[in-house]
Design a protein around this ligand. Structure first.
Ligand code: NDP
Length: 305
């Protein structure tokens, strides 16, 4: 039976450590602070942001939410970020993505002070990651590395295949794996004969946003499978294709009208030696890593250990 890499358990470990660090900072008179900018009324974004703010409260991190309307201009958002950059009680600034089409996302992400860039998207932090220097790293791939480290999975010398090359997940994931001495292949929508790569992967990370894309025949027996994808299934036929007669999922589907599935077909997990489930895998780690980054930013900015 493959090992289930339980993100909820690892997230709880990380959060307990963060809470401990928050207490240590309090002894130095410092309360870490996170500001979240949420533009407009995207339901999924609102859920994510609420959960981030709630986790801050649980761990003793100060947080505030700025909620400009959908019509806000890039210049207005730049002014908001500039003010947050100046405020000493704010250690982390997070701009919830996606932003409305008229907003210049890249310009805005670049305006966040690198030392407050808890999402790790600023070019300075991207460069630090690339050159192996200490900095703030994107939460989702950093969470995957934490999971591997805490569960004793050493990637050094292993062949890791990353599916997806986004700036948020795929590219930083590949860089973190390279920095951990894995031999890394990055695949994307233009990769020819993708299966020939996945079948050789000792560590397979799927981050493409395609429900159940990775099937059992694509997984090398005994591989570690990290499923980053979060895809909503609302169609009955698709439900059956992915979950068959799984009674727990059926109950959720009946209650909510949808269930989530990863980028890996649930049946494909059985070929692995260990895998992250969806839900309850990588997704659970992302917020914990955001909290860790906020506390790290608070310490680094003040020159504290
Ligand atoms: P993006 O849409 O930004 O990137 C998707 C990547 O997958 C692209 O590089 C694309 O290639 C590649 N791709 C798409 N289709 C295929 C295909 N058929 N074969 C090979 N490659 C393909 O997505 P994100 O990176 O933002 O997110 C990926 C997934 O991870 C999503 O399901 C998302 O919901 C989830 N996610 C989960 C998080 C978590 O906390 N667990 C956090 C962030 C994301 P190309 O570049 O050529 O277009």
């Amino acid at each position: 039976m493959p090992e289930v890499l339980d993100g909820v358990v690892v997230a709880a470990e990380i959060k307990a450590e963060v809470a401990e660090k928050v207490r240590a900072l309090a002894a130095n008179g410092v309360t870490p602070g996170l500001a979240v900018i949420l533009v407009g009324n995207v339901a999924a974004s609102e859920i994510y942001v609420r959960s981030k703010v709630k986790t801050c409260a649980e761990l003793g991190i100060y947080s505030e939410m700025l909620t400009p309307a959908e019509t806000v201009t890039t210049d207005e958002l730049l002014a908001m970020v500039a003010e947050l950059n100046q405020r000493d009680e704010i250690d982390g600034i997070l701009i919830q993505l996606p932003l409305p089409a008229h907003v210049e996302t890249r310009r805005l992400l670049k305006a966040v002070a690198p030392e407050k860039d808890v999402d790790g998207f600023h070019p300075v932090n991207v460069g630090r990651l690339q050159s192996g220097q200490a900095g703030l790293q994107p939460c989702t791939p950093a969470g995957v590395m934490e999971m591997l480290r805490r569960r004793g999975i050493d990637v050094a010398g292993k062949h890791a295949v990353v599916l997806g090359r986004s700036d948020i997940v795929g590219k930083p994931m590949a860089m973190l794996l390279v920095n951990a001495s894995a031999t890394v292949t990055v695949c994307h929508s233009r990769t020819v004969d993708l299966t020939s790569y996945t079948q050789r992967a000792e560590v397979l990370v799927a981050a493409i946003g395609r429900p159940g894309f990775v099937t059992e025949d694509m997984v090398r027996p005994g591989a570690v499978v990290i499923d980053v994808g979060i895809n909503r299934v609302t169609d009955e036929r698709k439900f059956v294709e992915f979950f068959g007669d799984d009674p727990a999922r059926r109950t959720t589907f009946a209650k909510r009208g949808s269930v989530v599935v990863g980028d890996v077909h649930p049946e494909a997990y059985r070929a692995s030696s260990a895998y992250t489930p969806v839900p309850g895998g990588v997704g659970a780690l992302t917020i914990a890593m955001l909290m860790a980054n906020t506390v790290r930013a608070a310490s680094l900015r003040r020159g504290l250990p």
